[in-house]
Write a protein that binds this ligand. Sequence first.
Ligand SMILES: NC(=O)c1ccc[n+]([C@@H]2O[C@H](COP(=O)([O-])OP(=O)(O)OC[C@H]3O[C@@H](n4cnc5c(N)ncnc54)[C@H](OP(=O)(O)O)[C@@H]3O)[C@@H](O)[C@H]2O)c1
Length: 206
Amino acid sequence: MRVAVIGGGVSGNAIVRAVEARGCSVTRLSRSTGFDVLRDDARAALAGVDVIIEATGRFTTNRKKATAFFTGSTRALSLASRDLGARHVLLSIVNCTRPEVQGYGYFAGKTAQEQAALAASPDLTIVRSTQWHEFVHQNLERMKVGSISLVPGMTIAPVALGSITPVPVRIPGRLGRAFRDGALLPGAHAEVVGPRFRDWLAAQSS
Ligand SMILES: NC(=O)c1ccc[n+]([C@@H]2O[C@H](COP(=O)([O-])OP(=O)(O)OC[C@H]3O[C@@H](n4cnc5c(N)ncnc54)[C@H](OP(=O)(O)O)[C@@H]3O)[C@@H](O)[C@H]2O)c1
């Protein structure tokens, strides 16, 4: 399974680690590796990949700028995923599409991004996460006025990034469908022997 991770930030790094740990070959693409999703030929850069994970981001509270960036990134990757027959996985944020948070330009951009992906990607998975623990540090850096960081009052339910990013990789085609549909399960009357997985796992670490 060949996976491309677009975006080299905190999530991009965590996804690369998670995907490599599952034995997949990973290509990382972002401006620091010489690929600009808004300008470069995504189809050429992604030729041969099975899965495209979109973890690009640009922090801005300006609605127009956020929308231009997020929809530009997603349109390029949606078209590439369609032309290459690759699955498109898009990172997004729980409840960013709610009407009452659209006044925050970044969320308006994420909403437009989800809509663009839904319209253009034939094989799409949107992974919506709450904020990550890493968000605290990101916010301190992003909301700086001189040497002062503005900390907006927010009630959030953050999670560790590492527990979000292992995305189940969907094996394409007949074989993948068979695996998902339970082709390897025994019959209803099969005799089940030995410890259950949970008990077996607990015994390994004791
Ligand atoms: N942070 C959170 O708590 C959180 C929670 C849920 C979902 N998300 C979503 O997850 C996604 C990634 O967030 P993040 O926190 O990992 O962002 P991040 O740390 O800001 O990283 C975003 C990356 O995008 C890359 N990038 C920016 N412009 C690019 C361009 N034109 N072409 C190619 N790559 C470009 C940058 O790498 P280069 O500088 O190398 O180009 C950057 O490292 C975002 O869509 C965000 O909304 C974030």
